[in-house]
Design a protein around this ligand. Sequence first.
Ligand SMILES: Nc1ncnc2c1ncn2[C@@H]1O[C@H](COP(=O)(O)OP(=O)(O)O)[C@@H](O)[C@H]1O
Ligand SMILES: [Mg+2]
Length: 264
Amino acid sequence: MVKKITSSLERPIKASVNYLNFYYGGTTHALKDITMPVGDKQVTALIGPSGCGKTTLLRCFNRMHDLYPGNRYKGEIALEPDGINLLSNKIDPIEVRMRISMVFQRPNPFPKSIYENVAYGLRVRGESKRGVIDEKVEKALRRAALWNEVKDRLNDLAFNLSGGQQQRLCIARALATDPEIVLFDEPTSALDPIATSSIEELISQLKEKVTILIVTHSMQQAARVSDYTAFMYLGELVEFGKTEVIFNNPLNKKTLDYVNGRFG
Ligand SMILES: Nc1ncnc2c1ncn2[C@@H]1O[C@H](COP(=O)(O)OP(=O)(O)O)[C@@H](O)[C@H]1O
Ligand SMILES: [Mg+2]
């Protein structure tokens, strides 16, 4: 396993994936012995051809697969500093999703106001003081670089925002509960180039405070936003390392072919 890691982390580790296997309903063995670190307050990109398991791996981190019966995890994802195994059946997936939130491929705001979209997770957590919620909604919208555009229309329906604004709203919603890790699954695939670059810039800023994992099919995006890159193929981790090493000087021939656009 260790031979797949081309360069060690220069940062403390936020999570370590250890011999993780994942099965969809007992038949599809979608992840095979994945072992890799996730650097604290770094951006880690998951790349690889369609169907290689990127989304499956990302969704293990917030126990999304628990929502469907028959799915099975083996191995562990240890969350630091406490070292708990996120995949243990002793761990409540709802708790995990408070600590690790997710932004999806297509902006998916709730059919509610801008304000209520961000306040939602706080209310679910039991927060009811208006002043506290106001403050946290503003903070999350500021962190998502959306506050200035929406501060005078917080009661507008979220659907009235542009696609890029809706995605930043979903990022604000994901940030509102102060998660330790935010998962992004191809967050710009439904956006135009301008909205895409604003989300990429935002991701680079967010890592000051939060650990980020991002799935992307765009190698340019991985190269622009990530510190570390994991290249996956057919459910396996082929190579993990610093992004510049993966893109310029990978150990594995398959990684080299993929980053040079020779397949996938
Ligand atoms: N809900 C599901 N049930 C069964 N198999 C699935 C399901 N979702 C994905 N898969 C399979 O798992 C593998 C990995 O898929 P996925 O993680 O979505 O890949 P990627 O995100 O890299 O395109 C693929 O073979 C896919 O067909
Ligand atoms: Mg996917």
